[in-house]
Write a protein that binds this ligand. Structure first.
Ligand code: S3P
Length: 165
């Protein structure tokens, strides 16, 4: 079975849904942000601050290529779809699930968040970024799951039933 790659904007629930899917499917879980921090021995805010976003994106591509392509649930960073090479790789190697979440819901979920470098940008810029990224999420997605007002359990169940359909 191909690995499941969860894609979606910051705050779409990729990490918590991956953990829940793990207990349902008994597959391994990987998280590209965590893998970047482990591999490069730096946390993500420091990578953005000291090396810049472009270097972070290079690290992200390298790590994507290191993920397991079988029986693993991979939570990806929200910007993984920015690079065409990543979109192609995802489409070739994974079953890709886009967790679609509205701007209003994302804002609600991340209201207290100060840990994500891009989330510290102006609200208008972040909303524009979501709009710009939407077509790229759609492009890679094998399945699209709308997450607004659903629990993690409901979303995980929906993913499993769609993939098994
Ligand atoms: C980013 C999202 C983050 C992380 C980095 C950049 C983005 O991951 O990869 O801060 O560009 O949207 P999450 O989507 O898990 O927050």
């Amino acid at each position: 079975m191909r690995s499941i790659y969860l894609v979606g904007f910051m705050g779409s629930g990729k990490t918590s849904i991956a953990t829940h899917l793990q207990s349902e499917l008994k597959w391994t879980v990987q998280d590209t942000d965590q893998m970047i921090e482990d591999y490069y021995q730096m946390n993500i805010p420091s990578i953005f601050k000291e090396k810049g976003e472009e270097t972070f994106r290079e690290y992200e591509t390298n790590i994507l290529h290191q993920t397991n392509i079988k029986k693993t649930i991979v939570a990806t960073g929200g910007g993984i779809i920015e690079k065409e090479v990543n979109r192609e790789w995802l489409q070739t190697n994974g079953t890709v699930v886009f967790l679609q979440t509205s701007w209003e819901e994302i804002e609600r979920r991340l209201v207290e968040d100060h840990s994500r470098p891009i989330w510290n940008n102006q609200s208008r810029d972040k909303q524009k970024l979501l709009e710009e990224r939407l077509p790229k999420y759609f492009e890679v997605a094998d399945y699209i799951i709308y997450t607004d007002s659903k629990s993690v359990e409901e979303i995980a169940t929906e993913i499993i039933s769609q993939i098994n359909a």
